[in-house]
Design a protein around this ligand. Sequence first.
Ligand code: BEZ
Length: 214
Amino acid sequence: MRTVALQLGDTAPDFEADTTEGVIRFHEWLGGSWGILFSHPKDFTPVCTTELGEVARLKNEFDRRDTKVIGLSVDTVGSHNEWSKDIEDTQGQVLNYPLIGDPDHVVANLYGMIHPNALETLTVRSVFIIGPDRKIKLMITYPASTGRNFDEILRVLDSLQLTAKYSVSTPVNWKDGDDVIIAPAIPDDDAKVAFPKGFKTLKPYLRMTPQPNR
Ligand code: BEZ
């Protein structure tokens, strides 16, 4: 039976799960922060090991953005605890965020992280960015063979946080500090007030302004 897949704007499903930092209730754990939930196919696998180390290395970057990170793999917390020693050994990083144990696939199924035509029973590499309103703001799915680029995930997070606060969007390849696009719905007169640094009109629908919070 197929269930309807999660979509952007949906409330992130709540759940209770055991993690390497104890039992959590997901929404309670998120509190009023942004959150990133990301899945791994399996413990003791090479690409996953590098990814978990990288997220630990970037933890202060997520903290700076008031964003909690939590991983998931369809093995037990006992297995995760054993695996974390290898992450420390090979990546030089202590696991400094929780990893959900999901041997019964409860959370993986809630979030549609198992794509049977790609990997029969393991989770693919899913990323969900969740806003403080607990709505899903972004979903990305990678196959098991491709490690994620967590710098890209930070870049997207910057865009999501900026566009949640200001009536702007971010252009192709934008990164924090670059010029942004004023929402086309804002008339020029209002844009002059809202964006006192000024703006350049390339087309009536394409007006560029310096990043407002910089
Ligand atoms: C890996 O992390 O390297 C991996 C995990 C599951 C399937 C293929 C690769």
